[in-house]
Design a protein around this ligand. Structure first.
Ligand code: SF4
Length: 290
């Protein structure tokens, strides 16, 4: 169900900046996500989203961003996509992410965006404008196997479509990469999968790959994940329970070995492992002396 809401604010500041994705500010236009990944951390109780598959649309997002962006004295890269996908299906109708990108371009901010959707290619033109400052699009890939992805990310466009979208944006001169996380224990934590993701990413223009060999699990997120495991992979829940108990951070059993193999692939192909935001000092908005 789509529910329209009015937000009080949009932009939050990331204390100290985000080391991986390089953003200083963050916003989320949608709450909830139609991609329905079975492992999604945003189902956790701390985020207070009761029905995660309902999408709450912040219909005044553009009005708020138009007020908040010009008020920021320090410009920088703005992140989006960590809590809900900016290209969830509602975006096709509302086009709020597109309008927000236009505002970032107008006020001289960059963007560091994470998505699982090829709908982002619709906005290649606006992203190119934002890229006068900086624009990065990170596609999340936890597997290259479309069949497995249909089970663990049932609402999201397939990995094949994500890779094709990445190629398209790379060819337009945008910064593109892969978020290789989470890696689901006992399902995705084998070397063939990691190699396939890395090699496909490189083939499709990825300049950086951000890995994390594990997943998080807590409260409502864990219950939902286990219920889906019971349907899709009967018996697997017991292996999770035995290994992780109530832990929040759940590294895959072979995390160190996979990291070492990943490091070798990184040396072979020479991609980065961070979003390459420009290192120059953040620009300050010119203050008029009265
Ligand atoms: S795309 Fe991201 S936000 Fe949406 S359900 Fe999947 S993990 Fe959650």
């Amino acid at each position: 169900m789509i529910i329209e809401i009015r937000a009080k604010t949009m932009l939050s500041t990331v204390p100290g900046g985000d080391g991986y994705f390089g953003h200083r500010y963050n916003f989320n236009i949608y709450r909830g996500c139609e991609h329905r990944c079975i492992y999604c951390d945003s189902r956790s109780e701390c985020y207070g989203i009761e029905n995660f598959e309902d999408v709450l649309v912040k219909v005044n997002a553009i009005e708020l961003l138009s007020q908040e962006l010009p008020r920021k004295r320090v410009k920088g890269v703005v992140g989006t996509g960590s809590m809900s996908d900016p290209y969830t299906y509602a975006e096709k109708q509302y086009q709020l992410t597109r309008q927000a990108l236009s505002l970032l371009a107008r006020y001289g901010f960059g963007v560091s965006l994470i998505t699982k959707s090829d709908m982002v290619t619709r906005d290649g033109d606006v992203l190119t404008e934002v890229n006068r400052s900086f624009a990065s699009v990170c596609f999340t890939l936890t597997t290259t196997d479309d069949e497995l992805a249909r089970k663990v990310e049932p609402g999201a466009p397939s990995p094949t479509r994500r890779l094709a979208a990445m190629r398209m944006l790379a060819d337009q001169g945008l910064h593109v990469g892969v978020t290789l996380m989470p890696v689901l224990p006992f399902l995705e934590d084998h070397l063939d999968n990691i190699k396939a993701i890395v090699e496909s990413a490189v083939d499709h223009g990825a300049q950086y790959i951000l890995p994390w060999f594990g997943m998080s699990m807590r409260d409502r997120q864990r219950s939902y994940f286990y219920a889906r495991l019971d349907e899709l992979f009967p018996g697997l829940r017991r292996r999770y329970e035995a290994r992780y108990g109530l832990s929040y951070g759940c590294p895959v059993p072979e995390a160190k070995r996979l990291q070492a193999e990943f490091d070798q692939l990184q040396q072979k192909f020479g991609f980065g492992t961070r979003v390459p935001v420009p290192q120059k000092e953040p620009q300050q908005t010119q203050l008029r002396l009265l």
